[in-house]
Ligand binder design. Structure first.
Ligand SMILES: NC(=O)c1ccc[n+]([C@@H]2O[C@H](COP(=O)([O-])OP(=O)(O)OC[C@H]3O[C@@H](n4cnc5c(N)ncnc54)[C@H](O)[C@@H]3O)[C@@H](O)[C@H]2O)c1
Length: 248
């Protein structure tokens, strides 16, 4: 894919999938605003992009906070000279358990980051894209956005919400040259999951029809495709990248 000259913001890009996506888009020529709530991870992603010859800047932001998101998108537009592409990737999970034992605080935290955060980012990004007359957005859903994730009531609800929001917004902006899609990863071997050790990883891999976990670069490839001009006729779609888990 070539994104030469395009400006993109990637949230949650201080680690895991967001970092892989930022690195991939920068390698393909995009100028990237790397955003994260954590400064250390974000700075490290920017360093990795620069070391590979790419262009990036870190902007710290909390996607669940209205002012923080508005500042992020404003700073991105200033740095990039506009906003062509956006990847709303920041998200958190929670410990599995029975719904009646889940605290209201935990429910609110997951919905605030995963669903409200996606809405707030889209709201600010779309304001600029509508003015510019073009744009593409990819939201990070999950396999849990289309099927059940046992014991994960808040996460399943938030990610189903992200899939619904993606469909709804895609049609609202379809005639305005803005395409909005989502990617739904299955179980992907990020640093976070690697920390669980080899035995747990083997158990997860065994549950996946293709017999292995996905790699972050495989999610980045799907995001890059949906952001590219190759995908101009695709909107409102959630592309599952899950080794067949959805059909199991
Ligand atoms: N790794 C997987 O297997 C997997 C599977 C399905 C979906 N996902 C989704 O992919 C996305 C990235 O997941 P990951 O595995 O890379 O996780 P991760 O924890 O490695 O990365 C998430 C990043 O988001 C940042 N973040 C957290 N709260 C934030 C906030 N309020 N504002 C801004 N940034 C915030 C974190 O600091 C972190 O750098 C999430 O939306 C997650 O739900 C991941």
């Amino acid at each position: 894919m070539s994104f030469h000259g395009a400006g993109v913001v990637v949230t949650g890009a201080g680690s895991g999938l967001g970092r892989a996506i930022a690195l991939r888009l920068a390698a393909d020529g995009a100028r990237v605003v790397v955003s994260d709530i954590g400064a250390e991870g974000g700075a490290s992603t920017v360093e990795q992009i620069a070391a590979a010859g790419g262009q990036a800047r870190f902007v710290q932001a909390d996607v669940s906070d209205v002012d923080s998101v508005e500042q992020l998108i404003g700073a991105s537009v200033d740095y990039l000279g506009g906003l062509d592409l956006a990847v709303n990737n920041a998200g958190i999970g929670h410990h599995p358990g029975d719904l009646h034992e889940m605290s209201v605080e935990e429910w609110d935290a997951v919905i605030s980051v995963d669903l409200r955060g996606t809405f707030l980012c889209m709201r600010s990004e779309l304001a600029h894209m509508v003015q510019a007359g073009h744009g593409k957005i990819v939201n990070m859903a999950s396999n849990a956005g289309t099927k059940n994730a046992p014991g994960m009531a808040a996460y399943t609800s938030a990610k189903h919400g992200v899939v619904g929001l993606t469909k709804n917004a895609a049609l609202q902006y379809a005639r305005r040259n803005i395409q909005i899609n989502a990617v739904g990863p299955g179980t992907i071997l990020t640093e976070g999951l690697a920390a669980f050790g080899a035995e747990q990883q083997a158990e997860w891999a065994d549950l996946i029809p293709v017999g292995r976990m996905g790699r972050p670069d495989e999610i980045a490839a799907a995001v890059a495709y949906l952001l590219s001009s190759e995908a101009d006729f695709i909107t409102g779609h959630t592309l599952l990248v899950d080794g067949g888990l959805m059909w199991d």
